[in-house]
Write a protein that binds this ligand. Structure first.
Ligand SMILES: Nc1nc(=O)c2c([nH]1)NC[C@@H]1CN(c3ccc(C(=O)N[C@@H](CCC(=O)O)C(=O)O)cc3)C=[N+]21
Length: 295
């Protein structure tokens, strides 16, 4: 059999961002203002700084207003909660993203709970988690929603397919399972205590790997022709003092067996940011009482 198709997340993300930019222009004409996204970063973690910068650039490229807030690594929870209260009350801010993880002195659950659910474009608040689980409109976490878009683009209707999600985080695994269930897949959620994981993966038409361990999913676990979505972003030593990004799937092995597979980098990562732009545009429509008709 020939090698898997490589799912070009970068190209999909660029197409989605172009649609969002069109939607922003139409929104501005109707509402008389542009959508706004506030991104809050606490501390100086270099990787987080890179992500926050690329989110700000994507926001401006889409024609939206970008508000960037930096707090020092030693900032108190009260300071962060006070900033969130200001952003909740600011009518120029449609979406609020607080970059995770947060320093140890700050309780992430309390911070997420402080973000108004209608501005929670990450979809992390209890209200939005509940809405997703009962099928009401709300905000869905960007990474799993981006994965669902890639899957539907590739496979069309997902109904009846066997899907396995490896990883059960609140940010990726659990919402991914909900999205696949809502699309009528038969969903298995696997995790560190799962028995006979390879055997369970071998039954799946769709494999979503979100474990955070480099090359964890092996090629001989994959059913021939399956669609493999690799959510992992792991920085490993590449020898000669350099590092490189790899996913949770042993890519070269899996691509010889799968029907289609996302690469790392250039797969799920770029979709995450494009969906964040899309969620912010949706938030602006809801706040303005305008119908949203895009993706
Ligand atoms: N509240 C919150 N929401 C998030 O959505 C959030 C967060 N916190 N904390 C950190 C993670 C990480 N994240 C990524 C987004 C894009 C890429 C991305 O575009 N990656 C490129 C490679 C980038 C590189 O070279 O480092 C790719 O996969 O091709 C990666 C990771 C969003 N996160």
């Amino acid at each position: 059999m020939s090698d898997a198709a490589i799912i070009d997340g970068k190209a999909h993300a660029a197409a989605l961002r172009a649609q969002v930019a069109d939607g922003v222009a139409a929104f501005a004409a109707a509402a008389g203002r542009v959508p706004g996204l506030a991104v809050v970063l606490v501390g100086e973690d270099p990787a987080s700084q890179v992500y926050v910068r690329s989110k700000g650039q994507a926001t401006e490229a889409a024609g939206m207003a970008s508000f960037s807030h930096r707090l020092p690594a030693e900032a108190s929870e009260a300071e962060l909660l006070a900033l969130i209260a200001l952003l909740n009350a600011d009518s120029a801010v449609d979406g609020i993203l607080v970059q995770l993880p947060l320093p140890h002195q700050i309780d992430e659950d309390r911070v997420i709970a402080a973000i108004h659910p209608d501005k929670d474009v990450d979809g992390f608040s209890i209200a939005n988690v509940g809405r997703l689980s009962v099928g009401q409109p709300g905000f869905v976490p960007c990474t799993p929603l981006g994965c669902a878009m890639l899957l539907e683009d590739r496979l069309g209707d997902l109904a009846g397919l066997d899907a396995i999600v490896i990883g059960r985080s609140n940010i990726v695994g659990k919402p991914m399972a909900q999205l696949l269930l809502a699309r009528n897949c038969t969903v298995t959620i696997a995790h560190s205590r799962t028995r006979d994981l390879a055997e369970k993966v071998r039954r799946a038409d769709i494999v979503v790997a979100a474990v955070g361990r480099p090359h964890f999913v092996r090629g001989d676990w994959i059913k021939p022709g399956a669609t493999v979505i690799d959510v992992g972003i792991n920085r490993i030593e590449a020898g000669d003092g350099k590092t490189r990004l790899v996913g949770d799937v042993a890519f070269d092995e899996a691509r010889a067996v799968a029907g289609a597979i996302t690469p790392v980098p250039g797969g799920v990562g770029p979709m995450t940011i494009a969906v964040l732009m899309r969620n912010t545009l949706v938030a602006a429509h809801r706040t303005a009482g305008l119908p949203y008709t895009g993706i």
